[in-house]
Design a protein around this ligand. Structure first.
Ligand SMILES: Cc1ncc(COP(=O)(O)O)c(C=O)c1O
Length: 414
C-alpha cells in the first residue's frame, strides 16, 4: 500500500468571524473551534508527534480532517497559521521552527540551479549567509543591491531574475524601500517578490497590499513578543504555500506544539504591544535627536523627504526600533551601555522588554570595518528595541545614560 499524500495544511476551517471585525479583534477570536476542543476557550496544546490513523486514508469519509504526523500538520500550529494569515491579509500562512527555517525553506522551494536572486545587501545576517553560502553552492546566482540602488528597483531587477528578497525597514539603519515599485519591477520580469517583514510587523505594514508575494518572519521577535520562543512564518497565496509545504515536510523546520501555543498567546496581544511600541519609538527617537551626545538618529521616515513619503505610504506605525550614533565612537557607546539601568544589552528584538545591541559587534560583525563604513554602520551605533515599559521610564534611563557621558568624558583630560 503506498503512502497517502497528506491533506494540505490550512485546509480545515475555524469558526467564522464577521467580515467587519478589525485586526485586534481577529487576533483575539481567530483560530477557534471550541466544539472540537472540549469547549476550551483557549485552543489547547496538542503535544503529540503522531495521531491515530483509522484505516486506509483514501477510504476515510472525512479525510480532510485527519491529522497524521506533527512534522506535516498539528492542530495547535494551525491556530498560529490562521492568526498569521489574518495578520498579513493573505490566503494562507504557515509557521516554522525559526525565522531562518522559514526563509531557507521558502528560498529552497522556489530556486533551482542557474536561477538568479536579487537581494538587498542590508538583509538580516542569517539571510546574507544563506544567499552567499549555501545557495551559491547549489548553483543559485545572487545579485546584491545596495541601499542606494534599492531606490531604483526597475534597474536592480533584470529579465533573468527569478526571485527578489527585500527587507523594509532595514536593520540597523531603519531605511525604507518602496514596496509597490519593487513588486511592479519584480512582476514585470515574472519574478516572485518576498519581504522579511519581521521589523515592521504586519500591524504596521501589510506588504501584500502593495503586491508583495511572500511575507517572511522571524516569529521569535514581535510575533511571539516575549523573548521566550523561536519561531518563523511565511504568508502568501495558497498556491505558493502548498509548494512550500512540500519543502517544509522534507526539511523539517517544524515548530514544537508547545512553542506554537506560546506563539498564539503572544499573537493575541500583538496589536496592543505594537501600538505601544510605536508610540514609545516615535517619542524616544524625537527625544534622542535633541541630545547633544547623539550624532544621528535612525527611525523609519527620518532619512529625508523621500524616506518619509515612502514610510507614510506603506507603514501604519513606525515601530519600536530606533538606532543612534553616539558621539565619541565605540568607547562612548559602551559607556552608555554600562550606565543603562532598564534597557538590557542583548541581541534579538521585539519583546516586551527593551533591549540594546551594538550592530558592529553583533549582527554586522562579519563585515569588514570598510564594508560597515560603506553601509553607515559606525562603531558608535546602538540599536534599541523598545518594549512596553512606561515610556517616561525609558526616556529617563536613556537621557541619564547619555547625560552621564557628558559629565564623565571617556578619555581623561590631559
Ligand atoms: C529581520 C530578521 N529576519 C530573520 C531573523 C532570523 O530569525 P530566527 O532567529 O527566528 O531564525 C532575524 C533574527 O534575528 C531577524 O532579525
Amino acid at each position: 500500500v503506498s503512502d497517502p499524500s497528506p491533506p494540505s495544511r490550512g485546509s480545515r476551517r475555524f469558526d467564522p468571524l464577521p467580515e467587519w471585525v478589525g485586526l485586534a479583534t481577529q487576533l483575539i477570536h481567530g483560530g477557534r473551534r471550541p466544539e472540537r476542543n472540549a469547549g476550551a476557550v483557549v485552543p489547547p496544546i496538542y503535544q503529540t508527534s503522531t495521531f491515530h490513523f483509522p484505516g486506509p486514508f483514501s477510504e476515510s469519509a472525512d479525510e480532510r480532517r485527519l491529522y497524521m504526523y506533527t512534522r506535516l500538520e498539528n492542530p495547535t500550529l494551525e491556530v498560529a497559521d490562521d492568526l498569521l494569515r489574518r495578520l498579513e491579509g493573505t490566503e494562507s500562512a504557515r509557521v516554522f521552527g525559526s525565522g531562518m527555517g522559514a526563509i531557507a525553506t521558502t528560498l529552497l522551494t522556489f530556486l533551482r540551479s542557474g536561477d538568479e536572486v536579487v537581494a538587498l545587501d542590508t538583509l538580516y545576517g542569517g539571510s546574507l549567509d544563506l544567499l552567499s553560502g549555501l545557495l551559491p553552492r547549489l548553483g543559485v546566482r545572487v545579485r546584491w543591491v545596495s541601499a542606494a540602488d534599492a531606490r531604483e528597483p526597475e534597474r536592480a531587477v533584470r529579465p533573468s531574475t527569478k526571485f527578489v528578497l527585500i527587507e523594509s525597514p532595514t536593520n540597523p539603519l531603519l531605511q525604507v524601500t518602496d514596496l509597490r515599485r519593487w513588486s511592479d519591477a519584480a512582476h514585470a520580469v515574472g519574478a516572485l517578490l518576498a519581504i522579511d517583514n519581521t521589523f515592521a510587523t504586519p500591524v504596521n505594514q501589510r506588504p501584500a497590499t502593495f503586491g508583495v508575494d511572500l511575507m517572511l518572519h522571524s516569529g521569535t521577535k514581535y510575533l511571539g513578543g516575549h523573548a521566550d520562543l523561536l519561531a518563523g512564518a511565511v504568508a502568501g497565496r495558497e498556491e505558493h504555500l502548498a509548494a512550500i509545504d512540500e519543502t517544509h515536510a522534507v526539511l523539517g523546520s517544524v515548530l514544537d506544539p508547545f512553542a506554537g501555543f506560546l506563539l498564539v498567546r503572544g499573537l493575541r496581544t500583538l496589536a496592543l504591544r505594537v501600538e505601544r511600541q510605536n508610540t514609545t519609538g516615535a517619542r524616544l527617537a524625537a527625544r534622542l535627536a535633541q541630545h547633544p551626545r547623539v550624532e544621528s538618529v535612525h527611525y523609519p521616515g527620518l532619512g529625508g523627504p523621500e524616506q518619509e513619503a515612502i514610510a507614510a505610504r506603506q507603514m501604519r506605525g513606525r515601530g519600536g526600533m530606533v538606532s543612534i550614533a553616539v558621539r565619541g565612537g565605540s568607547s562612548a557607546a559602551h559607556a552608555v551601555l554600562r550606565r543603562l539601568q532598564l534597557v538590557h544589552v542583548a541581541g534579538s528584538l521585539g519583546g516586551v522588554e527593551s533591549l540594546v545591541s551594538v550592530p558592529s559587534e553583533t549582527s554586522h560583525r562579519h563585515l569588514s570595518a570598510e564594508q560597515r563604513a560603506e553601509r553607515g554602520i559606525v562603531d558608535g551605533l546602538l540599536r534599541f528595541s523598545f518594549g512596553i515599559e512606561e515610556p517616561a521610564d525609558l526616556e529617563r534611563d536613556l537621557v541619564a545614560a547619555l547625560d552621564g557621558l557628558a559629565r564623565a568624558p571617556t578619555t581623561p583630560p590631559l
